[in-house]
Design a protein around this ligand. Structure first.
Ligand SMILES: NC(=O)c1ccc[n+]([C@@H]2O[C@H](COP(=O)([O-])OP(=O)(O)OC[C@H]3O[C@@H](n4cnc5c(N)ncnc54)[C@H](OP(=O)(O)O)[C@@H]3O)[C@@H](O)[C@H]2O)c1
Length: 222
């Protein structure tokens, strides 16, 4: 007799460009009996949803919500920009401290797979502050002993934003025809590859999926 394993997902960044694509896929996919989205503001469209539960939190006090931060697989598409953050300290808080704390809590609550949207070039040794912080988060996650850790490292992300990011928009246009290693990666492709990796974790350990590979896996999933 086929047994149905109940699985649950925790999603950080559900209101963002990639996160909203992940949420749509998870909702349609049906692999999870419970999807918890962790946000700072409610998403009215999911009020009363049968499988999606909203944990509205104050990210400066994540410890208060430890009981809500439960899921087998944790999807993280979370972060800000230097322009929005306004300072290195604030940027580091959002792109490193918040996801790190959430990861630690979810891990101690029994989560077994963490899936992260990081960035091409992320390295704790980078002299570029953005890439340094992204690398520090990757390193912190690797030190947490996740049974499965999947890290996607896209180049510039493409998609429609309500918010104006002129430089990013220019980058997206210029890189839309560049070699695949630096080509613009559609947010929908990242989400597809991530949800597929969540459904079929590798044999354990850390798996990094670089930009060109995200594009090629996404094509194969179409
Ligand atoms: N943009 C690119 O070209 C690019 C390239 C490579 C990697 N990345 C990385 O890829 C990831 C996903 O990118 P994206 O473009 O999908 O991100 P996004 O659209 O900017 O979404 C970011 C998410 O983080 C949340 N967030 C930001 N600041 C917050 C704060 N202070 N408190 C609570 N929540 C906060 C947002 O919530 P609210 O909606 O409430 O603000 C949103 O859910 C990010 O880590 C980004 O750095 C981006």
């Amino acid at each position: 007799m086929e047994t149905h394993q109940r699985r649950s997902a925790l999603l950080l960044g559900a209101t963002g460009l990639v996160g909203s694509e992940i949420l749509n896929l998870l909702e349609r996919d049906g692999s999870y009996d419970r999807i918890v989205i962790v946000t700072r503001r409610p998403l009215a469209a999911f009020d009363g949803h049968p499988t999606i539960r909203q944990a509205i939190v104050d990210f400066d006090h994540l410890g208060r919500y430890a009981n809500d931060l439960r899921g087998d697989d944790v999807y993280c598409a979370f972060g800000t920009t230097m322009r929005k953050a306004g300072s290195r300290e604030q940027f580091s808080k959002v792109d490193l401290e918040y996801p790190k704390q959430l990861a630690m809590t979810a891990r101690s609550n029994g989560a077994s797979h963490f899936l992260l949207v990081s960035s091409k070039g992320a390295s704790s040794g980078s002299s570029n502050f953005y890439l340094h912080i992204k690398g520090q988060l990757e390193q912190a996650l690797e030190e947490m002993d996740w049974p499965n850790l999947t890290i996607l490292q896209p180049s510039v992300i493409g998609g429609d934003r309500s918010e104006s990011r002129p430089l990013e928009r220019l980058g997206q246009m210029l890189l839309s025809v560049a070699p695949s290693s630096i080509r613009t990666v559609p947010a929908s492709s990242i989400a597809r590859v991530m949800v597929d990796a969540g459904r079929r974790p590798s044999m354990g350990g850390t798996r990094r999926i670089e930009s060109a590979e995200i594009l090629s896996i996404a094509r194969s999933l179409q």
